[in-house]
Write a protein that binds this ligand. Structure first.
Ligand code: PAF
Length: 282
């Protein structure tokens, strides 16, 4: 595996592979890789002959009081994990390389409506930062396919929409959430949990599981399901941002005719803000 830090170097490498007829699979990450990322990488390898991963902690997607400065950075370990997973190219740019001269007031991509609900309500500007950096990375790497985890379900939906609206010739593939044995979704932010917080963190998955069981067995009062989920988490000490049942296609509130749903939760415990979701058909 080679490591490059400049846009010119990534482009040269990808151009050469494309001349050989290779399909390029891409996994954008913010580093601090864990088994969840490895599953994205394994999926990426099934979608292309050459595989590129980026490691870039994107300042634009962090709010002023969020954890940008303290976000865990483990580049040497990340490189080992990517090499072991069969990655061909690791792109690790610095902020100036990605944002260049626009660093003061760079162009931003806004994906309306879907970006302002759920996490967007609690993290204003977050999805603008995500959409902007992913568009930049698509233009830099020019992949044929890009993989994103379903754990960040709203992020995946925003990127699918952005990519379709801006006509990126990139297939967007969602990868199933990887969980610890007790159900907790893997996330770099799990490191912020103390031992006591880690012990109750799987309650989010338990509450989501209870909600999808109710929906799958015919419960129709979705507001009651949302209330029950939020109350069960609050009873365990979580501060709830949302516990919501939405339709999968666009994350709008479901009508009685909608069959494909997703239940999403965001809740804070100690210093960590955890998100998770489960899909259900009714
Ligand atoms: O999910 C992430 O790690 C980030 O939001 C992404 C997609 C790499 C954009 O910075």
């Amino acid at each position: 595996m080679d490591t490059v830090t400049t846009i010119a170097d990534v482009r040269a490498r990808v151009r050469a592979w494309k001349r050989e007829g290779a399909r390029i699979a891409f996994v954008p990450t913010m580093g601090n890789l864990h088994a969840g990322h490895v599953s994205l990488i394994e999926l990426a390898r099934r979608h292309g002959e050459r595989f590129v991963a980026s490691i870039f902690v994107n300042p634009m997607q962090f709010g002023p009081n969020e954890d940008f400065a303290h976000y865990p950075r483990t580049p040497a370990r990340d490189a080992d994990m990517l090499r072991a997973a069969g990655c061909d190219l690791m792109f690790m740019p610095d902020v100036a390389e990605v944002y260049g001269q626009g660093a003061g007031a760079p162009t931003r991509i806004e994906v309306p409506v879907i970006s302002t609900t759920l996490c967007g309500e609690f993290r204003p500007g977050h999805f603008e930062g995500v959409a902007t950096v992913v568009a930049k990375l698509f233009n830099i790497v020019q992949p044929d396919v890009a993989i994103f985890g379903e754990k960040d379900f709203q992020q995946l939906a925003v990127i699918q929409r952005m990519s379709a609206d801006l006509c990126f010739p990139v297939a967007i593939v969602g990868a199933p959430t990887v969980r610890e044995a007790d159900g907790l979704a893997m996330s770099s932010r799990n490191q912020y949990l103390t031992g006591a917080e880690r012990a109750i963190a799987p309650r989010i998955h338990a509450a989501l599981s209870a909600a999808i069981r109710s929906i799958a067995t015919g419960a129709a009062d979705l507001a009651a399901i949302e209330r029950a989920g939020a109350e069960s988490l609050a009873a365990h000490g979580f501060r709830i941002d949302y516990f919501a049942v939405r339709r999968r296609a666009d994350l709008a509130a479901p009508t009685p005719a909608d069959r494909e749903l997703v239940v999403l939760a965001a809740a804070r415990i100690g210093k960590a803000r955890l998100i998770d979701n489960l899909q259900v058909d009714r």
